[in-house]
Design a protein around this ligand. Sequence first.
Ligand code: FAD
Ligand code: UDP
Length: 403
Amino acid sequence: MFDYLVVGAGFAGSVLAERLANGLGKKVLICDKRSHIGGNAYDHFNDDGLLVHKYGPHIFHTNSEYVFNYLSRFTEWREYYHRVLASVDGLQVPIPINLDTINKLYGLSLTSFELEEFFEKARQPREHIRTSEDVVVNAVGKELYEKFFRGYTRKQWGLDPSELDASVTARVPVRINRDDRYFTDTYQAMPKYGYTRMFEKMLDSPNIKVLLNCDYREIIDEIPYREMIYSGPIDSFFDYTYGPLPYRSLEFKHETHNTQVFQNAPVVNYPNGQPYTRVTEFKYLTGQQHEKTSVVYEYPRAEGDPYYPIPRKENADLYNRYKTLADAQPNVHFVGRLATYKYYNMDQVVAQALNVYRKIAEERSARTAATTILPTSASRPGFVPQSSLRSSNGNGVSGRKVV
Ligand code: FAD
Ligand code: UDP
């Protein structure tokens, strides 16, 4: 009998498997329908020996010391500051838009003060910032919006920015200085030996069994367990009762080139013109020395693996209907980007998983305290009262013994 069946070996599933196994001594079975652990952060050495990210570039950044320290138990780090160029008007200029972007694009030599005035003249103030169009037009005006954001967003999401929540383009700031880092988080680093190695360390416990190439549906009636951690798509869990939740997919085209360097930056974005959104050259991210170089092109797709929840109101409303079902689901904890339908970065998923763990652990110790204060025949050492399995399970849902 396993204490937990964990569905999905990405960040959500692996963090919880590790904590439940090593923090609470639980017996955990973690399964993934893919042939590897790591979820979308999975990396591997390709045929030429270059370390690549199978599902597109994953750059770790966080402001959370807690999350960074937690992951540091499983990896050393390589400091890495991500930089991106956008291909616009035949030039390659920094994105997020900054002082150099504007000066290069318009052949100017503005100072930061003058750039503030430039944006002040260009921007079209919007009283209410509701959509992704509002965010950008309000900050820098229509022309820069068209050059950098409109085409990219339409390509990436299959929707106009005016149809997407403000939160999507708000991920990319506008700067008046020359800072060309993509992120400004306190911690910016890549796992020194790659993500997969980090996941291997996380799951390396006598209390954890890993089952790959396995959809959880194939085993739930065969393998006994008490509770489930579910990190797959929430609509799929409920057999699409309310219809499918929209997710955006991508097709990745990997190439290896017989040259040391392929492009001028780790990532080059193509807002307009090309069918792909961006090209990533992995050696910048990994720091690997190699006579060849590997890149990946990202082609947005409507169909395929679900990579991105699509942030807009109607989708949030549909998700909330599924969440009501999830909250009433006994003994299942829904965690991660797909199961909680949130456009989360890796660190946010780790934080979410650690919070779910904390609740599970707190409830467990509350139960232990209660049985200590009120000794009954059921509180003898080693006995887990059946009633305790029916109490809230940490996600605000009531628990039930599954098997
Ligand atoms: P996932 O990694 O998707 O893991 C879920 C796992 O569940 C999958 O492995 C899946 O196979 C498995 N699964 C699903 N259904 C079943 C089933 N029925 N049975 C068994 N297994 C199942 N974040 C950053 O912080 N920085 C970045 O630079 C960054 N870049 C990204 C680039 C791309 C192209 C994408 C798509 C995402 C990026 N992210 C980035 C986000 C990051 O990938 C996620 O935050 C993180 O991987 C989410 O972890 P998760 O465990 O919730 O989901
Ligand atoms: N975006 C854009 N142009 C760019 C970069 C980003 O329009 O050059 C928009 C686009 O809608 C994108 C969103 O901002 O989906 C968030 O960008 P980010 O780089 O955070 O996307 P991710 O890495 O999650 O794909």
